[in-house]
Design a protein around this ligand. Structure first.
Ligand SMILES: [Zn+2]
Length: 220
């Protein structure tokens, strides 16, 4: 039996979003990404005035405050776990401060032993190699990650729209992104969890999508 709270981490380009979705479907676990939660908040109506203020800021392109992310994600985790389901957190914990908040939350709820960190390893060089080749749909923004399975796609698998390379997917911006979200930047988070007794497992993100998924199933 897999732990009920799986935290997926990895550098951009490691395919963690794809893997989180697939594993979620396989285990019937809820896939939770903060981006999706914020989009849902933006689409719906919140009556909370503080939340409304944050939603307005986000519409102007300002990042949503951490406290609101915590509130949204914690609520979602709690709902699923209390109903007996597990969750997969995808790209939710991005820095040490957030890691500590989540650790505190898991400890308070007495769910710590349900937590497992899944690190999908990919070197920065390989990440750049992949990200520079990924394409995005001009119609629905679906991202066609670069992989053996998807490299020959000519149109968007979701809507049939045209797939293009994003203009900001160039080596300079990608390198900057990896400085903030790459392997080196995320090591302190992994260290923190290891030192706190939370199991951290690693899979090789270089393999084909199906193989990575199988590897993940082995270690959870
Ligand atoms: Zn599309």
């Amino acid at each position: 039996m897999a732990n009920k709270i799986l935290v997926f981490m990895g550098p951009p380009g490691s395919g963690k979003g794809t893997q989180a979705k697939r594993l979620g479907a396989f285990l019937n676990f809820q896939h939770i990404s903060s981006g999706d939660l914020v989009r849902r908040l933006l689409a719906g109506d919140t009556v909370d005035p503080e939340e409304k203020k944050e939603v307005e800021k986000s519409r102007q392109g300002i990042l949503v405050a951490d406290w609101l992310i915590y509130k949204l994600v914690f609520k979602e985790i709690e709902k699923k776990l209390l109903s007996g389901r597990g969750v997969i957190l995808d790209g939710v914990i991005r820095n040490l401060e957030q890691a500590k908040e989540f650790f505190k939350f898991f400890t308070e709820k007495k769910w710590l032993e349900e937590v497992k960190i899944v690190w999908i390893a990919l070197s920065d060089a390989e990440a750049v190699e992949r990200l520079i080749k990924r394409r995005v749909c001009v119609k629905c923004n679906e991202i066609a990650a670069y992989s053996l399975e998807t490299k020959d796609l000519s149109v968007c698998p979701k809507c049939g729209g045209e797939l293009i390379i994003r203009p900001d997917d160039n080596v300079a911006t990608l390198k900057k992104r990896l400085e903030i979200q790459g392997t080196a930047a995320q090591q302190p988070i992994l260290e923190f969890f290891r030192n706190s007794g939370v199991p951290v497992v690693e899979v090789d993100g270089r393999s084909a999508i199906e193989k990575v998924l199988e590897d993940i199933k082995q270690v959870i």
